[in-house]
Design a protein around this ligand. Structure first.
Ligand code: AP5
Length: 213
């Protein structure tokens, strides 16, 4: 399964990608997670991308494309992959065709007010990357990760101003990417307005049919 999960910030791409990754045993690769990890480590790459993430701006194409190319060349991607948050520009979509053409692009969509509520209530585990929501997917013990016991945090780019900036960029730049996959007959559209426990089975069912598994 070579998949890309696309859609606006906060629609739930990471949540659904984690579930599909566990179900089918293929790696979930989030460009946002990779960059946040590098920033945490203080690496050279982290220093180059920090300002873009803090402001909700897109990281330059050449950096993102190189990161994805390297990650997809690793052994665990031989059976397939789920790319979450990539591509985000036409140049990224075209580059991906050259080194790992995805079979399907899943486009998730939800109403603006739903997205804003999801981002405002999101909490993440800084250690294992698990994603929670204070209302919709709360941890068993408030503020603590169910999986590894680490205190949860709010992402730095989940402030109202940065959220608005991320949504603005999405609205301005995303239509060509949607058309790119639509014109090639590889777009799968998913209504993500429902709760995650309703959306995930829909995605899994679509994949079962597409891949006959
Ligand atoms: P990235 O990390 O990719 O952020 P994003 O695309 O803005 O997406 P999010 O991670 O915010 O949302 P999501 O859709 O994964 O939602 P989630 O599952 O967490 O990118 C961050 C930054 O990195 C960018 O701004 C940019 O600077 C840089 N970057 C990354 N990729 C790049 C690229 N290709 N090119 C250039 N720059 C790049 O869910 C959100 C919340 O809702 C959670 O709390 C969750 O629990 C809850 N939730 C999810 N689904 C549901 C549901 N169905 N019902 C109820 N609650 C739900």
């Amino acid at each position: 399964m070579k998949l890309v999960f696309i859609g606006p910030p906060g629609v739930g791409k990471g949540t659904y990608a984690k579930a599909v990754s566990e179900k089918f045993g293929i790696p979930h690769i989030s460009t946002g997670d990779i960059f946040r990890e590098e920033i945490k480590k203080g690496s050279e790459l982290g220093k180059r991308v920090k300002e873009f993430l803090d402001k909700g701006l897109l990281v330059p194409d050449d950096i993102v494309i190189e990161v994805v190319k390297q990650r997809l060349s690793m052994d665990d991607c031989r059976k397939g992959f789920i790319l979450d948050g990539f591509p985000r520009t036409l140049q990224q979509a075209e580059a991906l065709e050259q080194f790992a053409s995805p079979e399907w692009a899943f486009l998730f969509q939800a109403r603006d007010e739903t997205i804003l509520e999801r981002l405002g209530g999101r909490r993440v585990c800084p250690k294992c990357g698990a994603i929670y929501h204070i209302k919709y997917m709360p941890p068993k013990v408030p503020g603590i990760c169910d999986k590894c016991g680490t205190p949860l945090i709010q992402r730095k780019d989940d402030t109202p101003e940065v959220i608005m900036q991320r949504l603005k960029i999405y609205r301005e730049q995303f239509t060509p990417i949607i058309l790119f996959y639509k014109e090639r007959g590889r777009l799968v559209e998913i209504d993500a307005n429902e709760q995650a426990d309703k959306v995930v089975p829909v995605v899994i069912e679509r994949l079962r049919k597409l891949y006959n598994v």
